[in-house]
Design a binder for this molecule. Structure first.
Ligand SMILES: [Zn+2]
Length: 62
């Protein structure tokens, strides 16, 4: 699996070594569950995850 998740903001990152959202390079290949967030301001899960940028996010990152 080439998809990894950012440990800081949970963003799913594909074929990259750096998170496009927070520029963190601490990515984890151990994560579970994904959610696509379209409207961070209007999403309960986005608020829970602290997401402010639309995109695909992991529910849990280890
Ligand atoms: Zn990030």
């Amino acid at each position: 699996m080439s998809e990894k998740a950012c440990k800081q903001c949970n963003r799913i990152v594909e074929d990259a070594t750096e998170c496009p959202v927070c520029k963190n390079n601490d990515l984890s290949s151990t994560w579970s569950g994904t959610v696509v967030i379209y409207n961070p301001e209007d999403s309960e899960i986005a608020e829970k995850l602290g997401v402010k940028t639309p995109g695909e996010y992991a529910i849990r990152v280890k």
